[in-house]
Design a protein around this ligand. Structure first.
Ligand code: URA
Length: 198
């Protein structure tokens, strides 16, 4: 199934084609319980792309990523650095809501990984931001925790080039641990600075 996902994702030559592939793909059990595919929101031509873990209830109902409480915080953080959903692109590693918001299993994540990897290659942002450890670990294949990883520039290989990438805390974590917003603010300033240089 993972090989099928990889072939299908690689065959998509545009974001519309990739979305159509996911709509037609029956290899991930999460699709059976989700109400909607949560493909992306924002501007596909944006220079910055954010990748979260998986949709929650509000996202599932609306078919859009980060529209619940975490999404509202993400919007405020974007606004603080002069961005919004017309100048940023937002997606998740897993595009279907896991039942009851449970963590996606390693197998579900692996099946979805080729699709988000292709989505990143097609968007081809200047800066890629991993929201939370799950997204960074899945896409970079690293095991470090988010405390260690956040705020450090890395590169993510996509479409034959190296994209500047950075991990930061997931907004849902910031809602639970508001004191950590201080460090997120640093990360967002670094993102703004990197975008202004490129
Ligand atoms: N958390 C995520 O990781 N993604 C969403 O879309 C919403 C909450």
């Amino acid at each position: 199934m993972i090989a099928a996902a990889r072939d299908l994702a690689a065959s998509a030559q545009s974001l519309d084609a990739l979305r159509a592939c996911l709509e037609a793909f029956d290899g991930c059990n999460l699709k059976l319980t989700a109400k909607n595919l949560v493909f992306a929101d924002g501007n596909p031509s944006a220079r910055v792309m954010f990748v979260g873990e998986a949709p929650g209830r509000d996202e599932d109902l609306q078919g859009k990523p980060f529209v619940g409480r975490s999404g509202q915080l993400l919007d405020r953080m974007l606004e603080a650095i002069g961005y919004d959903r017309s100048s940023a692109y937002i997606a998740n590693v897993v595009p279907w809501r896991p039942p009851g918001n449970r963590t996606p299993t390693p197998q579900e994540t692996e099946i979805c990984r080729p699709f988000i990897a292709r989505q990143i290659a097609l968007v081809d942002p200047d800066v890629l931001v991993f929201l939370g450890a799950a997204s960074a670990k899945t896409l970079l294949g690293v095991q470090d925790g988010i405390r260690k990883m956040r705020g450090k520039w890395m590169t993510y290989p996509a479409g034959g080039k190296e994209i500047s990438a950075i991990a930061t805390y997931h907004p849902a974590y910031l809602l639970r641990s508001p004191l950590e917003k201080r460090l997120s603010w640093r990360d967002f300033l670094a993102i703004r600075q990197s975008l202004s240089k490129q």
